[in-house]
Ligand binder design. Structure first.
Ligand code: FES
Ligand code: FES
Length: 155
């Protein structure tokens, strides 16, 4: 099936089998391997990307179902060598250990801060509950989101 997507701002046209997952399209056909294949069943959030600005799980979506839509991945956040403020905040707060969960957390954080510019700790924890991290204990991730909110509100 012919499918047209805007991926990280670039128009991309594919001829796809109807059963290919958005996550596999990104990773295998586009080489955008920042979005991770963790559980594959919608439980871990490692595959989180933005679909028309909303955080979604790319392992749960068929690529043919998002024909004509905008998909943003972690690879589209930085501008050249300049990291996005959310990426800088995660680094500054040491919110990354093995890093497997990090792209998913950062994409969810991007969606959260678009909806809510100054979330409370409870709101952050609630919003990020679909993202699982086995390493950090979450405390530094919460700090990173607060740090990112401050950076972005200063702009
Ligand atoms: S890989 Fe998609 S939610 Fe775990
Ligand atoms: S940093 Fe390792 S799973 Fe989150």
């Amino acid at each position: 099936m012919k499918v047209e997507l805007i991926i990280n701002g670039k128009k991309c046209i594919f001829d796809l089998e109807p059963n290919i997952l958005l996550l596999n399209l990104l990773r295998d056909k586009m080489d955008l391997t920042g979005s991770k294949y963790g559980c594959g069943i919608g439980e871990c959030g490692a595959c989180t990307v933005l679909l028309d600005g909303e955080a979604v799980l790319a392992c749960m979506i068929l690529a043919v179902d998002v024909d004509g839509h905008n998909v943003d991945t972690i690879e589209g956040l930085a501008e050249g060598d300049k990291l996005h403020p959310i990426q800088e905040a995660y680094l500054e707060e040491d919110a990354i250990q093995c890093g497997f969960c990090t792209p998913g957390f950062i994409m969810s954080t991007t969606a959260l801060l678009k909806e809510n510019k100054d979330p409370s700790e409870a709101e952050i924890r609630n919003y990020l509950q679909g993202n699982i991290c086995r390493c950090t204990g979450y405390v530094n991730i919460i700090k990173a989101v607060q740090n990112a909110a401050k950076r972005m509100n200063k702009k």
